[in-house]
Design a protein around this ligand. Sequence first.
Ligand SMILES: Nc1ncnc2c1ncn2[C@@H]1O[C@H](COP(=O)(O)OP(=O)(O)OP(=O)(O)O)[C@@H](O)[C@H]1O
Ligand SMILES: [Mg+2]
Length: 250
Amino acid sequence: MLEIKNLHVAIEDGSKKILNGLNLTVHNGEVAAIMGPNGSGKSTLSYVIAGKPDYEVLDGEILLDGRNILDLEPNERAAAGIFLAFQYPIEIPGVATMTFLKAALNAQLKEKGQDVLTTPEFMRRTFAAADKLEINRDMLKRALNVGFSGGEKKRMEILQMALLEPKICILDETDSGLDIDALRIVSEGVNALRSPDRGFLVITHYQRLLNHIVPDVVHVMNAGRIVKSGGKELALELEANGYRDYQTAA
Ligand SMILES: Nc1ncnc2c1ncn2[C@@H]1O[C@H](COP(=O)(O)OP(=O)(O)OP(=O)(O)O)[C@@H](O)[C@H]1O
Ligand SMILES: [Mg+2]
């Protein structure tokens, strides 16, 4: 379970406050969607949970299964089970995707005190996950995300998620840039990972994704806090009416 309590965050030089007393709980087994206008702080929230260093937490707590993770390094948070699929996945020239995936997975296993995978076992798992996501095996030999299309990058994020088996999966606009078939394939990949001991935070602008990944709860974010929570019908209401009712509330 992920619990965020009274989170206040500014960018590191203190020039701008982005999160303003945000409260949010993601229960195990739950898919929580976050919707909200551009600039409301959704990506910032995902970065702060994952431990990106450019932000200063002024107040509040982020608890994973009751343990405050704010003092942990990003790699320690990853080992604890936090995963972020980026809105804009990063290109890593010179590092083959396969090499990256193996390093990421083994680093986490080591951090958890578990044995690293043998190469054949790693290859077996990776190919199985790639096949499900219809990721061509030739792509795994290429440098990570370099020259990948927008949709290919998003699939690669989900492949990483499938391999790492996180406790809390944060998807930041994973649907943006996906064609209709890719949206279905990626959604199936996400749905296959739904489990009673895993929570999802799905950031999206479009109700359509939520037809594929049906959320248990929808939260509306505005001006750095959650201003409304409801069931999946809330996404339909937003689609029809926009954010006007919630912008005044903030
Ligand atoms: N490093 C930074 N320096 C200056 N401003 C920043 C920085 N990071 C975020 N911001 C600002 O904080 C606000 C929130 O940004 P954020 O990316 O979290 O929004 P968002 O809700 O994800 O928007 P979108 O829906 O467009 O992805 C924006 O106004 C953004 O310009
Ligand atoms: Mg964003």
